[in-house]
Design a protein around this ligand. Structure first.
Ligand code: 5GP
Length: 118
């Protein structure tokens, strides 16, 4: 159950291993996994293991250290899975395309590492 009393978010269910996902990185407070509906050759979701923050603005205000950790994990993942050059997208609000109200970033990269043809 989330802090709001609502059902756990889909990402909390991934953290709890209730929903399978391809997890690519994990720390005590952050988890990164492949997006189920990739919009780029490399598309990884980076999120917090708890869901008290609905979006990046709330996270920045409430726990800037955790936001910094999330960004650091994004950078590591992008370096491991691509060439370290990437878009980091935080959809914020339904009108901006946010569908999961559990703070997360999208790492979008063009070229999987080792892809000589790209
Ligand atoms: P948003 O639209 O909120 O910025 O991003 C939510 C993302 O979560 C979407 O890109 C969507 O494809 C991804 N997503 C939703 N449900 C699942 C799921 O069950 N597993 C995985 N791996 N990704 C999901």
């Amino acid at each position: 159950m989330s802090a709001s009393g609502a059902e756990p978010s889909v990402f909390s269910r991934i953290v709890a291993r209730e929903i399978p996902a391809t997890i690519v990185a994990e720390t005590d407070r952050i988890i990164a996994f492949a997006d189920i509906n990739p919009q780029a050759p490399v598309h990884i979701v980076i999120t917090t293991k708890t869901e008290e923050y609905r979006n990046v603005v709330e996270l920045a205000a409430g726990d800037p250290g955790l936001l910094a950790e999330l960004v650091a994990v994004a950078g590591r993942v992008a370096t491991e899975l691509s060439d370290g050059q990437f878009r980091l997208v935080f959809n914020t609000g339904a009108a901006a395309g946010q569908t999961v109200f559990h703070v997360h970033a999208h790492v979008l990269a063009l070229k999987p590492s080792g892809d000589a043809a790209a």
